[in-house]
Design a protein around this ligand. Structure first.
Ligand SMILES: [Zn+2]
Length: 119
């Protein structure tokens, strides 16, 4: 369930976060303002080109590192604003996202050798 459509999942998260951010801070109604629309398009393109594809870590750890500096700053603002607020409104989504991050950590630990320790 988790990793099959990872890119699609990341896209839906980023779409919701930018939409939420734009509505609250730029007072857009239903349609994103040009700035946020460009950011959304850019982030979806980054996801399409992501070298990790379905093995990628969650976006907070990975995607922003392949963003251009100005876009990275923008998406960081969006996440900083939307993540805690969306946690109240759509806890299942944000929690899922956080859990994925934990799984990534765990998998990395497991993959970094010493596998024989886990009996
Ligand atoms: Zn906006």
């Amino acid at each position: 369930m988790f990793s099959r459509n990872r890119i699609e999942f990341e896209k839906s998260i980023v779409t919701k976060m930018i939409g939420f951010y734009c509505k609250k801070l730029h007072h857009s109604e239903g349609v994103l303002c040009p700035e946020c629309a460009a950011l959304l398009e850019y982030s979806h393109k980054r996801l399409d080109k992501c070298v990790y594809q379905n093995d990628k870590p969650t976006c907070s750890k990975c995607t922003i590192h392949c963003y251009k500096p100005d876009k990275r700053r923008q998406i960081r603002d969006v996440m900083r604003y939307s993540q805690p607020r969306m946690l109240l409104r759509r806890p299942h989504l944000v929690i899922l996202h956080a859990i994925e991050g934990l799984f990534d950590k765990f998998n990395k630990k497991k993959a970094s050798g010493k596998r024989h320790i886990y009996k």
